[in-house]
Design a protein around this ligand. Structure first.
Ligand SMILES: Cc1cc2nc3c(=O)[nH]c(=O)nc-3n(C[C@H](O)[C@H](O)[C@H](O)COP(=O)(O)OP(=O)(O)OC[C@H]3O[C@@H](n4cnc5c(N)ncnc54)[C@H](O)[C@@H]3O)c2cc1C
Length: 406
């Protein structure tokens, strides 16, 4: 048996023995485990699964051992991911630090930053939030204004961030700040990390019409951030932000699979509710469902191909925008077909009158729209693809300025 087959054999055996049966089922509403100092477990099995994966170093399987990772190479990582999918294992924890900041720190962090920030992240002890968007800086992120003023051995941070998911529940934030207001728009920005318990930080939840919201607006009033918490070069944060957004897009292209309470398979549901299509409209629904299922299959194959290309040492970073765009739009289209086909059987809100399926589809449907915006809206992904993948010239706005694309 080759060493890689040996690894597959051992991994499969370990997962069979250590992933509790309940953790091999679709995640029900509210059952995602967010790592961090206030981690909560919906069940004993969720705690066990979290602890076992943590102790194995498999929250971050491909990070180096010295920073708390599992030390797996790309080939072994692919085996592990395949085995996790095969057993339909739930993610043991969700953490923006692991998905986005960690990989960036491995590339750009100082040795001291790697040693202090990565191991707690890899143990799921710190919950991270992302402080990028501001009231007037979303798609056009480089317009951000939150200022970090040089005050000797520390920065003084003033301003506000908005749409910060779980800002009120997070321990630390990575944030883009303006460190040089006189420099050109993209050149005076830096990336810092900060403790959300620092004096002067206030996270205010934002109420949404749905009644449920992870969003916060976070206010910073004279917050002191030690200089050692600057990541990468001063005023050089824009290229780090672009790199981090690639990691975010990679995570987002996978998120649909794990954020939904259940993975809905369109065609079986359609057959259940519409076993004998007769009208033109009903046949059209089947045609849309088949097209969506084919797209989903093609997407899965492309993910596999990308994995193989990455393992062969090819640079696949430019494809992240394509994958994020494709996956989030496919998920949204899938829910649109579901809603058109199932009608009232797919719509529900709080209350006993509605089935779990109605609630799950309605939430999934609304969430599918949110996922086409977060991590950069679809239109922005199209701009990124045009510019960075296809190499097309940048569009000019009506006023002659360059268009925005992260
Ligand atoms: C679920 C969710 C979670 C989020 N979590 C976070 C978070 O944790 N931290 C954080 O910092 N932010 C977060 N965001 C914010 C997110 O990054 C922004 O919403 C996003 O970048 C869009 O910015 P905006 O809302 O200001 O919209 P705008 O930038 O005002 O865009 C409005 C519309 O105009 C379109 N548009 C804008 N510019 C162009 C252009 N140049 N060409 C074509 N069309 C354009 C957009 O596509 C969009 O349809 C989250 C958003 C969502 C939905």
């Amino acid at each position: 048996m080759s060493t890689i087959e040996q690894f597959r054999h051992e991994t499969r055996a370990w997962l069979e023995a250590n992933c509790p049966p309940l953790m091999r089922t679709a995640t029900a509403e509210g059952e995602l485990v967010w790592g961090g100092s206030q981690v909560e477990f919906p069940s004993d099995d969720a705690r066990l699964w979290f602890e076992r994966m943590r102790d194995k170093g498999w929250f971050c399987p491909d990070w180096p051992l010295e920073y708390g990772g599992g030390g797996l190479d790309a080939e072994r990582l692919a085996v592990l991911e395949g085995e996790l999918r095969r057993l339909k294992c739930r993610p043991p924890q969700i953490n923006l630090g692991v998905w986005m900041l960690g990989p960036l720190l491995l590339e750009y962090g100082s040795e001291e930053q790697k040693r202090s920030l990565l191991p707690p992240m890899a143990r799921g002890e710190v919950r991270w939030c992302q402080g990028f968007s501001e009231p007037n800086a979303g798609s056009d992120l480089a317009s951000l204004k939150m200022a970090a003023r040089d005050a000797g051995d520390h920065f003084v941070v003033d301003g506000t961030k908005i749409w910060t998911s779980y800002g009120d529940k997070s321990d630390w934030m990575y944030a883009l700040v303006r460190t040089n207001p006189k420099a050109a728009k993209h050149e005076g920005i830096s990336l810092i990390v900060l403790d959300m318990r620092s004096p002067g930080v206030k996270a205010a939840p934002i109420d949404l019409i749905s009644g449920k919201s992870a969003f916060c607006q976070v206010f910073f009033d004279g917050v002191q951030v030690p200089k050692g918490q600057l990541i990468g070069p001063l005023d050089g944060g824009w290229s780090l932000a672009k790199r981090l957004l690639q990691h975010e897009r990679k995570a987002m292209s996978k998120f649909g699979e794990i954020s939904l309470p259940a993975h809905f398979h369109l065609l079986p549901l359609l057959r259940e509710y519409l076993p004998q299509p007769s009208t033109q409209g009903e046949h059209a629904l089947y045609a849309r469902a088949v097209a969506n299922a084919m797209d989903e299959h093609a997407y899965g194959l492309t993910v596999q191909r990308m994995g193989e290309e990455a393992r062969a040492g090819e640079d696949v970073s430019g494809l992240m925008a394509i994958m994020k765009l494709t996956h989030t739009e496919q998920e949204r289209d899938k829910f649109e077909v579901l809603l058109d086909a199932l009608g009232v059987h797919a719509l529900g809100w709080q209350g006993e009158a509605f089935s779990d399926q109605q609630l799950a589809i309605t939430r999934g449907w609304l969430n599918s729209y949110a996922l086409t915006i977060s991590g950069g809206a679809s239109e922005v992904q199209l701009n990124v693809i045009a510019k960075r993948v296809l190499g097309l010239p940048e569009a000019k706005k009506a006023d002659g300025q360059k268009g925005a694309a992260v």
